[in-house]
Design a protein around this ligand. Structure first.
Ligand SMILES: Nc1ncnc2c1ncn2[C@@H]1O[C@H](COP(=O)(O)OP(=O)(O)OP(=O)(O)O)[C@@H](O)[C@H]1O
Ligand SMILES: [Mg+2]
Length: 466
């Protein structure tokens, strides 16, 4: 963070100083967990339902906090008083990024792959200059300002994923930290329950490119018609990426190796270069092209970009994490989250890794699909069968239509079973897994975590993307 006096903090957030020295300087960080507070910090007290941050205000000051940003006075504690600490933190983040003219903000959104692609872009920009990006999926009205407040005078790139659960959410996040480069990955059916329709999802995601200045850049997925069409919603220049012929940054001659890792020729207006990814999954082609388009905008040559893409590694856990166990079983841990599009990508990766091996898919419920819930699950089951998965373990009654979808495929040579819970799936795996098998584990959030954690605990080698 850049140092700010308490008077500047109060002005930025529209707050009032109480028992505080206006000249005292906050040098950062800005923390809402009092255990992370050290000298020079600003502590943000949120009035939680279980724990009230104000109860930790004195402790934060004792640990070195210059003041506490909160909504009520605490005796003996220097305070910046506001009506609501969350938007106040957003305004403070905005004040900080506005004071950093040398900072390039890259924002990205989409239904699937925000965190994976954020990790890719941040790895690419880290080779060019100091980069700040959040860990994991810290993409909401708290994670956003929290991350932005870590940017300081030496920071060159701030890479932020923008999650949306409704119209106006991305716009709000763009007010907090306005992007200069905006990447839209795809419009799927994730969170369809909240949004109602894909068109509404496109409306919400497109707010990202609407927020760009005229000298900004919109990076759009040419392979997704709803994203492609967002070109009309921005004042900024547009660069398209994808496998489509009209994309500016393209992948051609895509192949996958026995580990499901893609290789392709990167085609740009400036020239071509071969790319060999170390990450598993066909969707990494699209995500890495998005990163390539950003790299190009930041001045990297096509050869440098291809090398940077080849050097990408897995950063956030439970996403396409392939590991080998000592018993010769290969596990694809893609259990972080699931929707029909990411299930399809993962099943295709399983098919690639499963060439000449027995393939097993342990699939759990996909949350938040709203009216598409039944069809979404049926579709995933059918795809698993169509791709020739040998053994399907469907975990939990809510995921039953996956089992139905698979068993309805007439000439499928595999077998599906519907299991009551994760413990049952672990039991089946223990008795059935043989050396050489490859197992995909995937579902929404915690719904298959126990399964993959059990498989991992039994592994004595591997971990991380191979
Ligand atoms: N382009 C893509 N298309 C389809 N699936 C993808 C794509 N990129 C990543 N995935 C898969 O989607 C799942 C979620 O990935 P990731 O966490 O990167 O997405 P996210 O958009 O950040 O999700 P969230 O909304 O939970 O933050 C993972 O299983 C990942 O392998
Ligand atoms: Mg995410």
């Amino acid at each position: 963070m850049i140092p700010l006096s308490l008077a500047e903090v109060a002005a930025a957030v529209g707050g009032r100083l109480v028992a505080a020295d206006p000249e005292a300087r906050v040098t950062g960080p800005v923390e809402f967990d009092s255990r992370k507070v050290g000298p020079g910090a600003l502590f943000v007290a949120f009035p939680g339902e279980q724990v009230d941050g104000h109860d930790y205000a004195a402790r934060a000051v004792a640990a070195g906090a210059v003041a506490v940003l909160g909504t009520r006075e605490v005796p003996g504690v220097p305070m910046v008083l506001v009506d609501d600490a969350l938007p106040a933190m957003g305004r403070l983040a905005r004040a900080v990024v506005d004071r950093l003219p040398g900072l390039t903000v890259v924002g990205l959104t989409g239904s699937s792959g925000k965190t994976s692609t954020k990790d890719m872009i941040a790895q690419v920009t880290a080779g060019l200059g100091e980069t700040v990006a959040p860990p994991g999926s810290f993409n909401n009205e708290l994670g956003h300002p929290y991350t932005a407040l870590q940017a300081g005078p030496a920071t060159r790139y701030l890479v932020l994923e923008k999650g949306a659960r409704g119209v106006g959410h991305v716009r709000y996040l763009c007010d907090v930290v306005p992007p200069r480069i905006a990447v839209v990955l795809n419009v799927g059916v994730a969170h369809l329950g909240e949004f109602g329709s894909r068109e509404t999802i496109a409306l919400a995601k497109g707010e990202l490119v609407e927020a760009l200045p005229a000298d900004g850049l919109a990076v759009l997925n040419a392979d997704d018609p709803l994203v492609d069409a967002m070109a009309t919603r921005t004042a900024a220049r547009v660069v398209r990426y994808g496998e489509a012929a009209h994309a500016d940054v393209r992948a051609v001659d895509v192949t996958a190796d026995e580990r499901g890792r893609a290789a392709y020729t990167l085609v740009t207006p400036e020239g071509n270069a071969p790319v060999r990814l170390a990450l598993t999954g066909p969707h990494q082609v699209s995500n890495s092209l998005a990163a390539a388009a950003v790299a190009r905008e930041l001045g990297m040559s096509v050869t440098e970009t291809a090398a940077a893409l080849g050097a990408l590694r897995l950063v956030s856990t439970r996403r396409m994490d392939v590991f080998d166990r000592a018993d010769g079983v290969t596990v694809i841990d893609d259990s972080y989250n699931a929707n029909p599009a990411s299930m399809a990508a993962a099943l295709r990766a399983l098919a690639d890794l499963g060439e000449g091996r027995r393939s097993v898919a342990v699939l759990g419920y996909m949350a938040e699909l709203g009216p598409f819930e039944r069809d979404g699950h049926l579709e995933v089951g059918r795809l698993a069968a169509d791709l020739g998965v040998d053994r399907l373990l469907v975990v939990g009654e809510p995921a039953a239509p996956i089992h139905e979808g698979a068993t309805a495929v007439r000439d499928w040579g595999g077998e599906s079973v519907l299991l009551t819970d994760q413990a049952a799936a672990v039991e089946v795996l223990r008795s059935e897994l043989r050396p050489g098998d490859v197992v995909l584990v995937k579902g929404s959030r915690y719904r298959t975590w126990e399964v993959v954690d059990a498989l991992r605990a039994e592994a004595t080698t591997g971990g991380g993307a191979a």
